[in-house]
Design a protein around this ligand. Structure first.
Ligand SMILES: [Zn+2]
Length: 67
């Protein structure tokens, strides 16, 4: 069984959250502090995927997220 993960649990202070748009390939990365500030420490990877909108092509909900 997979543990229910949140940004707070997944990310230490030095890790970065990487994001890539599945539409246009645009990539971005946020530090742990930036990610928690923008998405909230309780956000799950699914939340992140659904809430982010690509700053390049404007498509939402198609962002690949990893750490
Ligand atoms: Zn895009």
């Amino acid at each position: 069984m997979m543990m229910f993960q949140t940004l707070h649990r997944m990310m230490g202070g030095s890790e970065t959250l990487k994001m890539a748009c599945e539409e246009c390939g645009h990539e971005a990365a946020w530090t742990s502090a930036q990610a928690k500030e923008r998405l909230g420490p309780d956000a799950t990877p699914m939340d992140v995927r659904h809430r982010l909108v690509c700053s390049s092509c404007g498509v939402g909900g198609r962002v690949r997220v990893w750490i």
